[in-house]
Design a protein around this ligand. Structure first.
Ligand code: OMP
Length: 309
């Protein structure tokens, strides 16, 4: 799957991911009205609204981008109907040829991680049959429990030709509380980065990158520079662009000289673009076209920064 992701990045010239993180307050009134008319102001109504909203955006942007990243919490808040909308979104994006990164941030003791890995990336055995539960192409993984919490994901990825992105240095303001703590004179995120590099050593695809990737926030460009060197074959998922303040010029060191090695996520900055002054002329009814324009602007911002380095 890492090779498919890279092929699609090359084809689109867009090392970006659109984060499908729907919130009811981003969804245009008309979409909510229609959904509530059909299902009432219920969890089912909310799930229908987020699905219709996602579909509108995906239809407008799928030809410009290689991948999407639905964040499962945004769906889980609507319980089982929300999870159904999550799955519907995954299947629809895959039918449009997009690579799907399930942002699930899981990780537990070995046996439990195995179940997470099977449910999201693998197949579960039921009698003589086997079923893919959520069937994302990649998943985000929390490494806090150490190797035995991550290895089940790597094993399932190997079997299923899928991939993971392991949290190394997160984009949020408090990420340094633990992640920057010095251990034997080195910050914890470097120790984790080194482990990610090792976990991915036997997992390198045709394009020279491992299917064990890392997450490093756009909001910490200097740390990104160090981590890029520490994990040369690791693909880095870079969230924090746009709504969290990351800009194209902050991202150049996350990429290798080959122009590859990183993929930048923006969620609110794309899916709720119509709420920004810059895109306000699209109006609520033009929300998906505003997202398309925001994707084009993001691609230009990043490619200009990469050309100028
Ligand atoms: O794993 C992630 O994707 C992630 C890691 C991280 O360090 N920071 C981070 O913001 N994210 C996710 O990336 C998305 C960022 O959303 P926006 O700030 O709206 O672009 C959310 O889905 C976050 O959960």
């Amino acid at each position: 799957m890492i090779d498919k992701l890279i092929t699609k990045i090359k084809k689109t010239g867009a090392p970006i991911v659109v984060g499908l993180d729907p919130m009811l307050n981003y969804i245009p009134e008309q979409i909510k009205k229609d959904a509530y008319q059909e299902f009432g102001e219920t969890l089912e109504g909310a799930a229908e609204a987020i699905w219709q909203y996602n579909k509108g955006i995906v239809d407008e942007v799928y030809d410009l981008i290689p991948a999407v990243k639905p964040q499962i919490a945004m769906y889980e808040q609507f319980g089982i109907p929300g999870l159904v909308a999550y799955k519907r979104t995954i299947d629809y994006c895959k039918s449009k040829g997009l690579v799907v990164i399930g942002d699930i941030k899981r990780g537990d003791i070995g046996s439990t991680s195995t179940a997470y890995a099977v449910g999201h990336l693998g197949k579960v055995q039921v009698g003589r049959k086997s079923y893919a539960g959520f069937d994302e192409d990649f998943a985000t993984v929390n490494p806090y429990l150490g190797t035995d919490g991550v290895k089940p994901f790597v094993d399932v990825c190997k079997e299923e030709k899928k991939g993971i992105f392991v949290l190394v240095k997160t984009s949020n303001p408090s990420s340094g509380e633990f992640q920057d703590r010095l251990i034997d004179k080195r910050p914890l995120y470097e120790w984790v980065g080194e482990k990610v590099d090792q976990w991915g050593k036997d997992a390198v695809g045709k394009e020279g990158y491992s299917y064990v990737g890392a997450v490093v926030g756009a909001t910490y460009p200097e740390m990104g520079k160090v981590l890029r060197k520490l994990m040369p074959k690791t693909f880095i998922l870079v969230p924090g662009y746009g709504a969290q303040g990351g800009k194209g010029k902050d991202l150049v060191h996350f990429f290798n000289k080959d122009g590859l090695g990183a993929i930048v996520n923006s969620s609110r900055g794309i899916i709720a673009a119509y709420k920004q002054e810059k895109y306000a002329s699209f109006g609520e009814e033009g929300y998906a076209q505003a997202s398309r324009q925001a994707v084009k602007d993001m691609i230009l911002d990043i490619s200009t920064a990469l050309e100028g380095r």
